[in-house]
Design a protein around this ligand. Structure first.
Ligand code: GLN
Length: 502
């Protein structure tokens, strides 16, 4: 059977790997099809940098390996997109910021290095909120990324929608079939929230599961890399290659990496799933309630036991996150001074050069975070804000630790709404921050959590369900997500006007 290029874009990683092994086509065919799709869809602005030459060279190497029977992993020859927060050797790495203008690292992040060692192919670097601060991909120096989904009815018809953020480009690229998978990073929701808005799967692993080395730091005690894919199985395949101990990151976990794909056996009989009462918001739209209810029913049908639980400190998670994350950011971003790399705006003297460079190099949201962070860490306010927020963080972790005695995992919606129009919530940072109300608690406690596409709302936009588990239970979290994926039968895609050939 002759396979068309469009068909190549519509495969999962698992299917592509099988077809490559069967010789249906080469990694170069697969890569070329994706590079062409990227060129056609530049209007989405999902990539900051495209790497066609590097991609085709990597694909050729992969094809050579396969022809000699030396396939390295299920990712060998698979074209992927990398969030522009990961440093990539010899390739512009910007964090979506002007201050890293022209920054071409001389080293490779451990996670992306692991993917290349597994034989994967780098298509390009994806757009993102500046320094991963945002929930709509509207703070990027490189402009908005656009969600490939469009509303089919209601007030949003005809409007460009946000892809979510901060890993907006990574989620949009996978949803639009421009990459078979991508990497994201999640500090408070940046893998899960854009995955929910774009109708794809996004997994934030346990803090420490993947190395942070070579990932441009936002809030170091929260940042974690993870995969964004079109199926739970693909998330399992990618995580297996991304994860692992790294002596270069003292917070990376020295634990073996299990075969995540083998844990997807569909058997959740007897698992206890907690439904936290604090996640039922008064203002929650019916469609979010409904998808959550459907999720509960699917899990019960599959043999799980669903129980009510309480996480009493949930309401303090977002306020304390917005102290801790800016505090760490203000410290991490102190290094951008215009002297060694990135943008430099010459001033009268050294101090003036620092000031002019930072004033020109950082956008408004980043400046806001630096100011908040500096304030909460300052001598007179440290105890009242930063120390207090750390204590709240411990309470949030304790809440989770006590519910793990009653349940094996927790089910919640991923976000309190579907994607919104570009330009909305821009004047009101708090409204923007509320996007992460369901994702931030797991980040504060360092827990693994996944978003799975579960439904299409009345306006034709995707909604995600969110599964949280105890630390290092990615296998269980993935297994539950896989059951939800099977039950949800989510087959919609944003390119429905394209006829799939083959
Ligand atoms: N939206 C949240 C923020 O702006 C989370 C971002 C992230 O996870 N990187 O901080």
């Amino acid at each position: 059977m002759m396979t068309s290029k469009i068909n190549l874009q519509y495969l999962t990683i698992k299917e592509a790997n099988r077809a490559l092994n069967e010789g249906d086509y080469t990694s170069q065919d697969l890569t070329q099809a994706h590079l062409e799709a990227m060129a056609t869809e530049r209007g989405l602005n999902s990539f900051v940098t495209e790497c066609p030459d590097r991609a085709l060279a990597m694909a050729e190497e992969s094809d050579k390996r396969r022809s000699k029977g030396e396939q390295i992993s299920p990712l060998d020859g698979i074209p992927l997109a990398i969030k522009d927060l990961f440093c990539t050797e010899g390739i512009l790495s910007t964090a979506g910021s002007r201050i890293l203008d022209g920054f071409t690292p001389t080293y490779e992040s451990t996670v992306s290095h692991n993917l290349w060692s597994a034989g994967a192919v780098l298509l390009g670097k994806t757009n993102m909120d500046e320094f991963a601060m945002g929930s709509a991909n509207v703070t990027s120096y490189y402009g908005n990324c656009i969600n490939p989904w469009k509303a089919s009815s209601g007030n949003l018809v005809g409007k460009d929608l946000v892809p979510g953020g901060s890993s907006g480009g990574s989620a949009a690229a996978v949803a639009a079939r421009l990459a078979l998978g991508s990497t994201g990073t999640d500090t408070g929701g940046s893998i899960r929230q854009p995955s929910s808005f774009c109708g794809v799967v996004g997994l934030k692993p346990t803090y420490g599961r993947c190395s942070r080395w070579g990932i441009i730091a936002f809030a170091s005690s929260l940042d974690q890399a993870g995969p964004i894919t079109r199926s739970v199985g693909d998330a399992a395949l990618m995580l297996a290659e991304m994860a692992g101990f790294d002596p270069k990151d003292s917070t990376s976990a020295n634990l073996p990496v299990p075969s995540y794909i083998e844990s997807l056996n569909g058997n959740i009989k007897g698992l206890r799933i907690g439904i936290p009462s604090e996640y039922k918001l008064d203002s929650m739209p019916d469609e979010i309630e409904d998808v959550w209810q459907r999720g509960r029913d699917w899990l019960i049908d599959a043999g799980a036991e669903v129980i009510d639980i309480s996480l009493p400190h949930t309401k303090y998670a977002l306020p304390s996150y917005y102290i801790i994350a800016p505090a760490e950011a203000s410290s991490n971003l102190a290094r951008y001074d215009g002297i060694r790399y990135g943008l430099r705006v010459e001033g009268e003297d050294l101090i003036d050069t620092y000031e002019k460079t930072r004033a020109a190099g950082f956008g408004d949201e980043v400046k806001r975070r630096i100011m908040i962070g500096t304030y909460v860490l300052s001598a007179g306010y440290y105890d009242a804000y930063y120390l207090q927020a750390q204590k709240v963080r411990t309470q949030i972790t304790n809440d989770f630790n006590s519910v793990w005695k009653e349940c094996d995992a927790i089910l919640t919606p991923t976000t309190p709404s579907a994607a919104f129009a570009i330009g909305e919530k821009m004047e009101d940072p708090i409204a923007m921050y509320l996007n992460d109300i369901f994702t931030v608690p797991a980040s504060m406690a360092g827990l693994p959590a996944i978003s799975v596409p579960a439904a299409i709302n009345k306006e034709g936009l995707p909604l995600g369900l969110h599964v949280i588990g105890p630390a290092f239970t990615e296998q269980t979290v993935l297994r539950i997500a896989d059951v939800i994926e099977t039950a949800a039968e989510f087959t919609a895609n944003p390119n429905e006007n394209i006829t799939i050939a083959g």
